[in-house]
Write a protein that binds this ligand. Structure first.
Ligand SMILES: Cc1cc2nc3c(=O)[nH]c(=O)nc-3n(C[C@H](O)[C@H](O)[C@H](O)COP(=O)(O)O)c2cc1C
Length: 174
């Protein structure tokens, strides 16, 4: 799929066929995540692949809006590394979530390019889901769950709504 076509046709897909995703395909998708830009090129991400049915079901408890993960083939949990992200704790800022956003979007686009359906479900910055996911998957102290990317072969492809919004584009002056 051509890049621009992929960008313009991606949608969040929440209904999946009962069909597994091969390890090769999952690895390709994660590779796309690893090629995302990051502040100071710190690449402060790690990826947990979840295919276990019980764990997929448990997302409804950890992040209610991700409950459809129970019918998915896999979840890629995009996690941020707090110890290596470009940050200034004394000044109260970190690029960790921004970098993980870039990785998450690359993953969504790669999934779409490979014929999968995917939906980004939020974890960070919601304190409840972060704590629940961290505990359930026994993540190390320095690792923060950022996004829950739910994946499967699509049962349906939602139609693209109108996106063009010329009044939100400011050419040269506001
Ligand atoms: C930060 C973020 C968090 C999201 N969390 C959820 C979620 O918890 N559950 C869900 O079903 N969709 C979630 N979404 C998907 C959005 O609802 C979706 O991207 C939006 O409605 C636009 O639709 P599209 O992705 O098809 O363009 C999230 C998207 C983003 C970017």
């Amino acid at each position: 799929m051509e890049l621009m076509e992929g960008l313009l046709t991606r949608r969040s897909v929440r209904k999946y066929q009962n069909k597994p995703i091969s390890k090769e395909v999952l690895a390709q998708i994660i590779k796309a995540g690893q090629y995302a830009p990051s502040a100071h090129n710190t690449q402060p991400w790690e990826f947990l692949v979840i295919e276990d049915k019980e764990a997929l079901k448990h997302f409804r408890v950890m992040q209610r809006s991700a409950l459809f993960a129970e019918n998915a083939a896999a979840v890629i949990l995009v996690c941020g590394r707090e110890d290596i992200s470009f940050s200034r704790p004394k000044e109260g800022w970190s690029y960790i979530d921004i970098d993980c956003s870039a990785a998450t979007e690359n993953i969504l686009l790669a999934a779409h390019a490979l014929g999968l359906g995917a939906c980004w479900c939020g974890a960070s910055p919601m304190t409840g889901p972060i704590a629940a996911i961290k505990e359930y998957f026994k993540l190390p102290e320095n690792v923060k769950p950022f996004s829950i990317v739910v994946l499967g072969y699509p049962e349906e492809m939602p139609k693209q709504p109108e996106r063009d919004n010329p009044e939100r584009i400011h050419w040269g002056k506001w």
